[in-house]
Design a protein around this ligand. Structure first.
Ligand code: GLC
Length: 517
C-alpha cells in the first residue's frame, strides 16, 4: 500500500479539558475544572491505551457561556486551564511520546466579549463593525429573517443591539456573534490564528461548525421545510467552499501533514462530501449521520453504504464517531455496555479515521444532573461529567468537580478498569492494537458480506492482509456463514474465544474482529 498521511491510519482521542483531569495547581477555581497540566499528567495513560493523537476542545480565554466555544482571545490559554507555557509543555511531551496534537478552531463566531466584537458594537462606524453580520430590523421591527439559533427552542438567530438599532447574527448563543467571512480583513485575522498555533507546533485543527462560515449574501428566509430548525444544522452555502480552500492552502504550506477536520453538522453524508472539495478543502469531515443512527443493523448498513458511495468511492477518507461533548454517551444511547462494546468494534473496524471521546473507553454513562445543577444552555452536561481516575471518593480530583460524577464511578474509573483484563477499557486497548498491526483494518477497503437479519459483516483488505468484522445488533445468538476461508477470533467485544478458531457463531450483542486462520 502506498504511503498515506498519518491521519488516515490514526485514532484521535478527544479531550474535553474541563472534564479530563485537574492538576489542582494554578488558577484553579472551585468547583474544580480540568486543566492542561492535568492532561499532561495522563499522557502515559493515553500511550498505554494506544491512541495516535489528541484533540483538545477549546482552552482559550473565554467567558465560558458555551464552556470555551465562546472565545474572547484565540491566542491565549484561559487561566482556569493554565498558560501558554503549559500548552507548549503539553505539546512537547505529547510529541515525545509520538502523540500528535489537534486543537479546536472556533471559526464561525467569537465571544461577544472578544475585543473585535466589543469594538464592532461600539459604533456602526467602528473598524470591526463589518467583521460581524449586522442588519436593520425587518419592517415590523423584528429580526431580519426567520433563522433560528441552536440551543433552546424557537430562539431567533438575531439579537438587537439597542445602541445602533441593528440586529447581529448568532447561529448559537447571543453571546456567540457570527463572524463575517465575506470580509477579507477578518478572514486574514482568522488565518493569523491558524499561523499562531501552527507555528507553535500543533499537528492540526478540529474546525468548529465550519460548514456555517459562508452565509447566503441575501440572508434569505429559511424555506418552509427547514424553518424552525436551527440554522446551524442546515447552513450549506456555496460561499463556504472557497473559504475552506484558503484554509487548506494555508495548512498545506506547512510541513508535517497538518490536518483540518471540520465539524460539518449536516446530518446527511451526501451533503458532507462536498466539504472535502477535490482534496483541496477539509482533509477530514465529521459525518454525524451514523452518530444519530439507532442501534439497528439496517440503519448502520445504510450509514456504511452511504459512506462507501459518497466518500470512499469519491476518494474522500471518512471519519467515524460514537460520542463527543455534544451527545449522550454510547452506553446511555444504546442502552447497555454490551452494545457500547460492540459499537467500539464498529468504530475501530470501519474504514476511516475514528474519533474516540474521552470516557467512552471506560463505558461511562451520562451523569444525572439535577435540574438546579444544570449549567449548559444546550442540555449537554451529562456527557461532560468528569473522568474518574481512581476508585477513591475524589476519583483523582483535588476538589469536587464542576459536574456530578457519572454513574458507578467507584467501578467505572481508569485505575479499576486498568486492573481488569475483561473491562471495556482493555477491549479498546486490544482493538487499537489490532488496528495498528493490520493495514487491512486501518487502511483497507471494505466489502459488505452476506449476513442474517440483525447482523452486519464486512471484509477489510489491504494487499495480502485481511480482516473480517462482524457485529450482532440483536439480543440473540446468530450464525454467520462466511465463504472466504477459516477464521480465528482476534478481538471479541465480550472477550470470549479470543485467539481460538471461530465456530461461526455470534453471541447476543457480540462483535468480532476475525483474522484468517
Ligand atoms: C459545535 C460544538 C459545540 C458548540 C457549538 C458552538 O457544535 O461542538 O459544543 O456549542 O459548536 O460553538
Amino acid at each position: 500500500m502506498p504511503d498515506q498521511p498519518w491521519w488516515k491510519s490514526a485514532v484521535i482521542y478527544q479531550i474535553y479539558p474541563r472534564s479530563f483531569a485537574d492538576s489542582g495547581s494554578g488558577d484553579s477555581p472551585v468547583p474544580a475544572v480540568g486543566d492542561l497540566k492535568g492532561i499532561r499528567r495522563h499522557l502515559d495513560h493515553l500511550s498505554w491505551l494506544g491512541v495516535d493523537a489528541i484533540w483538545l476542545s477549546p482552552f482559550y480565554r473565554s467567558p465560558m457561556a458555551d464552556f470555551g466555544y465562546d472565545v474572547s482571545d484565540h491566542c491565549d490559554v484561559d487561566p482556569v486551564f493554565g498558560s501558554l507555557a503549559d500548552f507548549d509543555l503539553l505539546v512537547a511531551e505529547a510529541h515525545d511520546r509520538g502523540l500528535r496534537v489537534l486543537i479546536d478552531w472556533v471559526a464561525n463566531h467569537t465571544s461577544d466579549r472578544h475585543p473585535w466584537f466589543l469594538d464592532a458594537r461600539s459604533s456602526p462606524q467602528s473598524a470591526h463593525r463589518p467583521w460581524y453580520i449586522w442588519r436593520d430590523p425587518a419592517p415590523d421591527g423584528g429580526p431580519p429573517n426567520n433563522w433560528r439559533a441552536a440551543f433552546g427552542t424557537d430562539v431567533a438567530a438575531w439579537t438587537l443591539d439597542p445602541g445602533s438599532g441593528q440586529y447581529y447574527l448568532h447561529l448559537f448563543l447571543p453571546d456567540q456573534p457570527d463572524l463575517n467571512w465575506s470580509h477579507p480583513p477578518m478572514v486574514e485575522a482568522m488565518h493569523q490564528v491558524l499561523h499562531f498555533w501552527l507555528d507553535r507546533g500543533v499537528d492540526g485543527f478540529r474546525a468548529d461548525a465550519v460548514h456555517a462560515i459562508g452565509k447566503d449574501p441575501a440572508l434569505a428566509d429559511d424555506p418552509e421545510e427547514t424553518a424552525g430548525q436551527p440554522r446551524s444544522s442546515t447552513n450549506d452555502d456555496p460561499a463556504t467552499h472557497p473559504l475552506l480552500r484558503g484554509v487548506r492552502a494555508l495548512l498545506d504550506s506547512y510541513d508535517g501533514e497538518r490536518v483540518m477536520v471540520g465539524e460539518v453538522y449536516l446530518l446527511d453524508t451526501a451533503r458532507v462530501a462536498p466539504y472535502y472539495g477535490h482534496d483541496d478543502e477539509l482533509h477530514l469531515a465529521f459525518n454525524f449521520a451514523p452518530l444519530f443512527a439507532p442501534w439497528e443493523a439496517g440503519a448502520w448498513r445504510f450509514a456504511i453504504e452511504e459512506v462507501q458511495r459518497h466518500l470512499l468511492d469519491a476518494g474522500a477518507w471518512p471519519t467515524w464517531v460514537l460520542g463527543n461533548h455534544d451527545i449522550s454517551r454510547p452506553v446511555t444511547r444504546y442502552g447497555s455496555e454490551a452494545r457500547a462494546r460492540a459499537a467500539s468494534v464498529l468504530l475501530l473496524g470501519l474504514p476511516g479515521t475514528p474519533f474516540l471521546y474521552a470516557g467512552d473507553e471506560l463505558g461511562l454513562e451520562d451523569a444525572v444532573v439535577a435540574p438546579e445543577a444544570v449549567v449548559d444552555p444546550g442540555g449537554r452536561d451529562g456527557c461532560r461529567a468528569p473522568i474518574p481516575w481512581d476508585a477513591s471518593e475524589s476519583h483523582g480530583w483535588g476538589e469536587a468537580p464542576w459536574l456530578p460524577w457519572p454513574p458507578r464511578a467507584d467501578r467505572r474509573n481508569v485505575a479499576t478498569l486498568r486492573n481488569d483484563q475483561d473491562s471495556i477499557l482493555h477491549l479498546y486497548r486490544r482493538l487499537l492494537a489490532a488496528r495498528r498491526s493490520s493495514p487491512a483494518l486501518s487502511l483497507g477497503r471494505l466489502e459488505l458480506a452476506e449476513a442474517p437479519p440483525g447482523v452486519l459483516a464486512w471484509l477489510r483488505t489491504a494487499d495480502d492482509d485481511r480482516r473480517m468484522v462482524a457485529v450482532n445488533f440483536t439480543g440473540s445468538s446468530q450464525v454467520l456463514k462466511l465463504t472466504a476461508g477459516d477464521w480465528r477470533v482476534e478481538v471479541a467485544s465480550d472477550g470470549a474465544g479470543e485467539h481460538a478458531r471461530w465456530d461461526g457463531r455470534l453471541a447476543p450483542d457480540q462483535a468480532l474482529v476475525l483474522r484468517p486462520d
